[in-house]
Design a protein around this ligand. Structure first.
Ligand code: ZN
Length: 70
């Protein structure tokens, strides 16, 4: 679709206290479309538990391979 716009936004989640990237596809949005509440919906509906679990796994796997700094 030529009218679809793909945009990657870096969103901040206060629940996870972290930034995460969200790919957003917009179809034929009006010129005055307010993206902010739309993006806020992504933050609210994203899976905090799964995201935090994935981050913990990342930390653990990188921590076991590399010595901690300082
Ligand atoms: Zn979250």
């Amino acid at each position: 679709m030529a009218d679809a716009i793909w945009n990657e936004y870096e969103l901040f989640c206060p629940v996870c206290n972290a930034h995460f990237k969200q790919l957003v596809v917009l179809h034929k949005v009006p010129g005055n479309f307010d993206i902010a509440p739309y993006l806020a919906g992504f933050v609210e509906s994203h899976d905090h538990k799964a995201w935090q679990g994935a981050q913990r796994q990342k930390e653990q796997s990188s921590g076991s391979q590399a010595p901690p700094e300082a």
